[in-house]
Design a protein around this ligand. Structure first.
Ligand SMILES: Cc1ncc(COP(=O)(O)O)c(C=O)c1O
Length: 418
């Protein structure tokens, strides 16, 4: 498709990846023009500023509502009053660690039944750091085709022996592992995947995954960003459901940014990874460490997550998940994946999805529009995300808005065709 004729309903960022030229204008003007066309039509759902306290917010990853939890906010006040420190001001490899980093890492390692844990300033940095710090060019990586950007980028940088298995396809994974071990029986064979995929709300068969990891003497790096704290009786995520915390050769990474009410991430596993990551992980060495305040919030959240209050919030969230999925079905929507706090609502064509998004956003509903290339072309979704603090009435209102918008948009499209 020629760039000149791309309208606000067509194309994606991918059409503009091949920018070239010497000046800023030459390089980025086509993309900016297309972005402005979309913006003028209220069809640019990126980098929007909003007040999440006022909007109907179904586009957040604050699954337990901790970003506005009063107990956590009070403890932040007390922390600042008592300790008077908010910044780590150094690389954690050098002077950027504080007693609050130690406390958080010890607590998290204990909960996850791991020997060690390292805290990073963000989940992205933790996952990127785990892969890039533990793998080198002699190793082979076998990765789920839909793994998060932080895992994909790090894998590409770490080894050219990189293979992707079809999303959650354990038979395909085994095929690649078998061939890889036949070719190289001496070096590291790393399997990289996630526990809960946030575009699809689906998960690998973790029991089979572990069998394959052991059979081929591989090492698993698994990203638990979306389910740790949110899923499972104890809040330990899908790894709890499959009782995987005692497995050997497993490295668990994740993010605080979803369930823990703050930025930050971690890598946990056997003792051998600690020194290695401290010195070899670029996102650990070359960036300022997680702040004392971040560590304090994550630590306080961790206490809440693994308390009776955490169990209550998870039970409530589960109720809301079933309520929401049922409401979407009853209103004629198709919901992808497994019932979790992430409800991917299939819309289909990008043009229709953008028009529905514009309509509901203008009425104060925040949801994430996800389109190609994040999902296949023509399979645009709304990622409707639930918090334990949502109420049924808000959910009903949001779904009603989406239904009315869809009917209106489809009618407009039919009139255009006529
Ligand atoms: C699976 C997964 N891993 C890692 C991250 C990065 O986490 P953070 O936003 O804390 O950097 C995300 C963020 O959305 C994610 O979805």
């Amino acid at each position: 498709m020629s760039l000149q004729i791309l309208g606000p309903f067509e194309g994606s960022g991918l059409n503009f990846m091949n920018f070239s030229g010497k000046t800023l204008a030459e390089r980025y003007a086509p993309f900016n023009q297309w972005g402005m066309l979309r913006e003028e039509q209220h069809l640019w759902p990126f980098g929007l500023t909003h007040d999440s306290r006022r909007a109907m917010n179904f586009g957040t990853q604050d699954y337990l509502g901790f970003s506005q939890n009063q107990a956590i906010i009070n403890s932040v006040r007390e922390f600042i009053e008592k300790h008077g420190i908010i910044h780590s001001a150094g690389s954690p490899t050098l002077t950027g660690r504080t007693v609050w980093t130690d406390q958080l890492e010890e607590k998290l390692a204990a909960v996850l039944k791991q020997k060690t844990c390292l805290v990073f300033p963000s989940g992205w940095m933790a996952c990127f750091g785990a892969v890039s710090g533990l793998i080198n060019g002699k190793d082979t990586i076998v990765m789920d085709a839909l793994a998060h950007n932080c895992l994909q980028l790090a894998a590409r940088l770490s080894s050219q022996n990189l293979y992707k298995f079809n999303h959650n396809d354990m038979a395909h994974l085994e095929e690649i592992l078998e061939k890889s071990r036949q070719m190289d029986d001496k070096n590291g064979l790393f399997v990289i995947t996630e526990t809960l995929f946030s575009m699809n709300s689906d998960a690998p068969d973790l029991r089979r995954l572990m069998e394959l990891v052991h059979k081929y003497e591989a090492i698993l790096i698994i990203d638990t960003a979306h389910d740790l704290g949110v899923i499972g009786e104890k809040g330990l995520g899908l790894l709890e459901t499959y009782d995987m915390h005692n497995e050997k050769n497993v490295i668990i990474c994740g993010a605080f940014s979803k369930a823990f009410g703050t930025n930050g991430g971690f890598v946990a596993g056997p003792e051998e990874i600690r020194k290695q990551l401290t010195i070899m992980s670029p996102t650990y060495i070359f960036s300022t460490g997680a702040s004392p305040l971040q560590c304090h919030v994550a630590s306080k959240s961790l206490d809440l997550i693994f308390s009776e209050e955490g169990s209550r919030l998870r039970r409530r969230l589960k109720e809301l998940v079933y309520f929401t999925v049922d409401k979407f079905h009853k209103n004629g929507f198709t919901v992808n994946g497994k019932p979790t706090q992430i409800v991917p609502v299939l819309i289909g064509h990008e043009r229709i999805a953008r028009m529905i998004f514009r309509n509901v956003f203008d009425q104060g509903l925040l949801i994430n529009l996800v389109e190609f290339p994040a999902v296949p072309k023509g399979k645009a979704i709304f990622r409707f995300q639930l918090m334990a603090t949502h109420q049924e009435a808000e959910i009903e209102k949001a779904i009603e808005l989406m239904k009315v918008a869809r009917v209106k948009v489809e009618k407009e499209m039919m009139e255009l065709i006529d």
